[in-house]
Write a protein that binds this ligand. Sequence first.
Ligand SMILES: O=P(O)(O)O[C@H]1O[C@H](CO)[C@@H](O)[C@H]1O
Ligand SMILES: Nc1nc2[nH]cnc2c(=O)[nH]1
Length: 326
Amino acid sequence: MCSRDCCNNKGPVSRTKEGNPCEKKTQKQESEIIVPTPQSLLYPYEVIQEIADFIVKGSGIRPKIGIICGSGLGSLADIIQNPKVFDYEKIPNFPVSTVEGHAGRLVVGTLEGANVMAMQGRFHFYEGYPLAKCSMPVRVMKLCGVEYLFATNAAGGINPKYAVGDIMLMHDHVNMLGFAGNSPLQGPNDPRFGPRFPALVNSYNKDLINKAIEISKTMGIESSVHVGVYSCLGGPTYETIAELKALRMMGVDAVGMSTVHEVITARHCDMKVFAFSLITNKCATEYSDKKDDEASHDEVMAVAKNRQKTCCELVSRLVAEIQKTA
Ligand SMILES: O=P(O)(O)O[C@H]1O[C@H](CO)[C@@H](O)[C@H]1O
Ligand SMILES: Nc1nc2[nH]cnc2c(=O)[nH]1
């Protein structure tokens, strides 16, 4: 039976090679069909190149290291010397930040003698942006000359050994949005960025992880630094107890709503990746009535503010290490 309200055919519909004979569309109806744009076509290479040129010309700097500041970790960009600041609104074709703790500025300058650029404000899927848009700035970084991506985030600690304020160096991830069929690389592949089927084992640079561990020892914080697995969920809700239990069973140590799509985009265009999570809250994996078990963005921001000095020191020392071997 034809399901169209306007159709009088209440009997079974026989489909021919041409389709349902009842569905004779007028030209107007045809033009009403909305075909979603594949994610990878949202920002063609040329548009990314224009944005990169705007930043390189505007700052007079070709950065080597790109930093993405997590929630409440904007101070990672404040330590950049001789900063040239670009508000996202003033950068052509750039999205705007909508989340508290993400200022919406790109800062270009030097850190420990290295040319760097930092995103003070990242884009999240839950803001309504497709993943390719969320991670588009990583491609801008690449075309600016960036070789190393430092991605930072605030995350909930699922591993029972983690305490609030600890740092987890990411050595792997579980891409929950990917499990659901969503990827920043979805759609036609532009080989100027990278291959159709990028491999993701060894995504997190082992040398940089080892260097960060050594640095944490010299900082005297090694007991609160872990190496673990991060998972990104779509948000903006924090997880249920059942979801947290499931994530733990999958080997996840910390959970957030970002970073993974940025890492995928960075690895696709062959950038070296270093990423860490600041554990801003402990995730309960057992049922209880305790109000403390509820995550809140205020808590996330407060912990990030408290630990920003340590995070800044870790980042600048690692940048110094990279600069030393350059
Ligand atoms: O991942 P970042 O941007 O650090 O922020 C994390 O903190 C926010 C929730 O409090 C979410 O945006 C989550 O992803
Ligand atoms: N999904 C998620 N994101 C976070 N960001 C900071 N804490 C959390 C958390 O507990 N869960």
